[in-house]
Design a binder for this molecule. Structure first.
Ligand SMILES: *Cc1c(COP(=O)(O)O)cnc(C)c1O
Length: 408
């Protein structure tokens, strides 16, 4: 039997449990949405306060040097590199995921002249599709081709410049086979660009091992960098000297303070920077990433599989009306779990009123994120218990839970 005491025992034996108290947990709330906006590490407010009241207030312009503001994108990128199986000099923290995707897709088309197709999957995250669409509209003769993930390998030919996919499906949490798809892309002469937004910090990622060419990812989800945190981009070492930044701003210049009239790219990953970044936002992400330095990344895979398995078992036992939309095999499933219900939106509102926060993805998906760093087995048990109560009592049928919100 699975009961609360067995879950408590599992928390006590959990080698990652020591990270839970390093995050601020609002009272009486089970937060299953770290896959969308990570919780706040308790060390962040003091860091931001120091930045504002000392580095900005007193240091002023000197802080670009003295407080290391200028170097933040590459210094923070090097910390992220460990989480995604990259070399420290292959990653920069900068801009948003959407903007980084645009920059790298455009650069990819320049690395493969003569090939005019960007290939992706229609179930990719919408911004990834919109960005690719926007890019092909700028490039005469280019085309965005959509094929289901299962058909991507078979759709590769000499017209494809770049295949771009999310490593983890944001709806179902299915993990796509990065090594196999990257190999297939290379065999066809194409580049592979991966979006790691739903994997880094939850699933072990091996960009270098897979030979991935390019990647982007999000700073505010599993990395806990705060709302609107800087995102990151990765360019494999051997592409770095060939790649051109399509938004060629002064931060990517070889000599930004020479103020030369002509653009000349900086060596290495720095050329993919574009303009001034916010040290405030960078500092929050930087502080959040310090937690990760002590995390044994192999434990993430073990714990996310265990947490999500436990949740699926409890929900399928107690909520017969919910249908699993995520892969059943934990090796094929990332750190969130989705269930379908025709009244999914109202169910999630009722569950939020009961103190469990997950989210809803149209048309019928209830999504629950289990962040291995700060969610425990008792959290899973209590969340499933409250969900079962909402389903049993049908409280979600009340009108108050049907009012649409701007952000779901
Ligand atoms: C969250 C997410 C994004 C977010 O993009 P922003 O530019 O930060 O709004 C992009 N792609 C994927 C796959 C995501 O999960």
């Amino acid at each position: 039997v699975i009961d609360r005491p067995t879950c408590l025992a599992r928390d006590l034996a959990d080698p990652l449990a020591r990270f839970r108290p390093l995050f601020h947990h609002p009272p009486d709330l089970i937060y299953l949405e770290g896959n969308s906006l990570g919780m706040m590490p308790k060390a962040v407010p003091a860091r931001l306060d120091a930045l504002v009241s000392r580095e900005w207030a007193d240091g002023l312009i000197r802080s670009w040097n003295d407080a290391g503001w200028w170097d933040m994108p590459l210094r923070i990128g090097a910390k992220i590199a460990r989480l995604i199986g990259a070399h420290p000099d292959e990653v920069a923290a900068t801009d948003s995921t959407s903007v980084n995707l645009f920059k790298l897709l455009a650069a990819a088309t320049q690395l493969r002249p003569g090939r005019r197709v960007i290939l992706t999957d229609p179930d990719n995250f919408p911004t990834d599709l919109y960005i690719a669409d926007g890019l092909v509209n700028l490039l005469p003769g280019y085309e965005l081709r959509l094929r289901p993930v299962t058909e991507i390998a078979a759709s590769l030919d000499e017209t494809i410049a770049v295949v771009t996919l999310s490593h983890v499906d944001y709806k179902t949490a299915a993990i796509h086979d990065m090594p196999a798809i990257t190999r297939a892309a290379h065999a066809a002469g194409a580049l592979a660009l991966w979006d790691l937004s739903h994997s880094a910090g939850a699933v072990s990622v091996g960009l270098a091992a897979a030979g991935a060419d390019l990647a982007v990812g999000c700073g505010y989800k599993y990395l806990n960098g705060g709302p609107g945190a800087p995102a990151y981009l990765y360019v494999r070492r051997d592409h770095q000297e060939k790649i051109r930044a399509p938004i060629s701003g002064w931060w990517g210049h070889a000599e930004p303070f020479a103020f030369l009239p002509r653009y000349a790219p900086a060596p290495g990953i720095a050329r993919m920077l574009c303009g001034t970044q916010s040290p405030l936002a960078m500092a929050a992400l930087d502080t959040a990433l310090d937690l990760w330095a002590d995390v044994d990344l192999a434990l993430l895979d073990v714990k996310r599989a265990a947490l999500t398995d436990l949740f699926i078992t409890l929900v399928e036992r107690d909520c017969p009306d919910l249908r699993l939309a995520s892969p059943r095999d934990p090796a094929a499933r990332a750190s969130h779990v989705s269930f379908r219900h025709e009244d999914g939106y109202a169910v999630m509102q009722a569950l939020r009123a009961a103190g469990v926060i997950g989210d809803f993805r149209s048309p019928d998906l209830l999504r629950f994120g289990f962040t291995p760093l700060y969610i425990g087995y008792v959290d899973v048990f209590d969340a499933a218990t409250r969900l079962a109560l909402v389903m049993r009592e049908e409280g979600y049928r009340r009108a108050e839970f049907r009012r649409p919100a701007r952000v779901t």
